[in-house]
Ligand binder design. Structure first.
Ligand code: FAD
Length: 395
């Protein structure tokens, strides 16, 4: 980190870092920075986890990732979640569970086979399942499911609970209802942030503000909102619906593999929560940033869910909600120093993977801010791939 000139700045033993956005990425970054001795202040326009982190599922899943850097980073992130469990950081918030991929067409069978090959190359355990084997392991599955695959070592953690735990444990100060209007600049270097309550100075600023990151960092043309609608059922009765892990359609994998094209799609996930409820999702509606749900999308998801897992027919729908994933033009997150503004770091664009990836992103950003060797290879996520990112006037 390049510290301000000591001649005109009081010396602070611990570097002062402002993080804009108290979602899961901001909270994980705050956790690692605080542990390393930085003096951290998190500013949120609303309250912690009021963005995507509080309106999502919580799959910590390697099985579902796009092959390449995303799959490799997900693997590292899952290891970090396990370490957090061993260290008492998660306190019941993370639990291990298998993922079941399923195919309904021959084309989808091929998608799962390709995903299996990519997972094995990474050293992941997989278990391909024929129709009969799948029916045996997941009783009550619809007959038209052709085949599938079990990926035994995935996990789950609800985003808002992770945020809560990380903020409880880190010594970071959290300022709610404090929107950052723009960055404070001096000599073309970021020296703090401007809020309605005044200017706050810092040695470094990390922008982890989801969609709000665009205006602050010059990424407006790069970030793409993708709405996702989800359905929550009531708890299953003792002898009712029960899944050993989430059912993930091969269509979901296909949507991830062509993420960069940015089309809208609906791909089915049926996720059994520890409460006994089911979370059914989800749509990917490109360009939509409202949080409304609609009958057409919800009924399509429910119809598909019933065809795949008819036992759900006995459940009641207790609510629907939508969250906004923030994708990017090339389908990869944006993590690293701003290409032309010293003192500024960016961590955004996690799309549908932020709950899973946040430990790795938080650790990497903390290393960058403190000028330490970066412990995970996130070089492919460097913001510089989008050019100099000049700020628009008024940013
Ligand atoms: C339907 C759905 C399902 C999903 N399922 C999964 C899943 O199973 N597994 C997985 O890994 N991921 C999943 N995701 C993705 C995951 O939720 C996101 O990638 C992750 O929550 C992004 O976290 P974040 O901290 O970057 O952003 P957010 O959680 O959106 O946090 C950004 C914060 O910044 C604040 N903010 C914005 N602008 C400003 C400003 N100017 N000043 C101050 N504060 C500001 C906001 O109030 C917000 O609190 C899902 C997402 C959706 C929508």
């Amino acid at each position: 980190m390049v510290l301000p000139d000591p001649a005109d700045t009081p010396v602070h033993a611990a570097p002062r870092v402002i993080i804009v956005g108290a979602g899961i990425v901001g909270a994980a970054t705050a956790f690692f920075l605080s542990r390393a001795g930085a003096q951290v202040t998190l500013l949120d326009a609303k309250v912690p986890a009021s963005g995507a982190s509080g309106a999502s599922d919580g799959a910590v899943s390697v099985a579902s990732k796009r092959p390449g850097p995303m799959m490799a980073l997900a693997c590292e992130a899952r290891t970090l979640y396990r370490q957090w469990v061993a260290q008492g950081v998660m306190d019941g918030t993370y639990h291990a569970r298998p993922t079941y991929l399923f195919a309904r067409t021959e084309e989808e069978v091929a998608v799962i086979a390709r995903q299996g090959a990519d997972l094995m190359e990474l050293g992941e355990r997989i278990l391909p399942l024929t129709h009969d084997e799948l029916m045996q392991r997941v009783p009550g599955l619809g007959q038209h499911v052709l085949a599938g695959m079990k990926v035994p070592d995935d996990g789950h953690a609800l985003g808002y609970r992770v945020v809560d735990r990380l903020l409880q444990i880190s010594a970071a100060q959290v300022l709610r209802h404090t929107p950052v209007q723009r960055l404070a600049l001096s000599d073309n270097r970021v020296v703090g942030v401007v809020t309605p309550q005044g200017t706050r100075v810092a040695d470094a600023v990390v922008v982890a503000a989801g969609l709000g990151s665009g205006a602050l960092t010059g990424l407006d043309d790069v970030l793409i909102p993708r709405k996702g609608q989800l359905i929550v059922t009531d708890r299953a009765t003792l002898n009712g619906a029960a899944l050993p892990g989430p059912l993930l359609s091969a269509g979901y994998l296909a949507a991830k593999r062509r993420m960069v094209l940015g089309q809208s799609s609906t791909s089915l996930v049926i996720d059994p929560l520890v409460t006994g409820q089911f979370l059914i999702g989800s749509s990917r509606e490109t360009g939509f940033s409202d949080r409304q749900t609609d009958v057409l999308t919800v009924s399509k998801l429910l119809r598909e869910a019933l065809a795949v897992y008819p036992a759900l027919a006995r459940q009641r729908v207790i609510r629907t909600f939508a969250g906004i994933r923030i994708g990017t033009r090339d389908g990869l997150p944006i993590v690293g120093p701003h290409p032309s503004l010293p003192g500024l770091f960016i961590a955004t664009g996690m799309e549908g993977d932020g709950i899973c990836l946040s430990p790795v992103v938080g650790a990497a950003v903390a290393d960058m801010v403190l000028g330490n060797p970066v412990r995970y290879d996130v070089s492919v996520l460097n913001p510089a791939r989008f050019g100099a990112l000049p700020l628009s006037q008024g940013s």
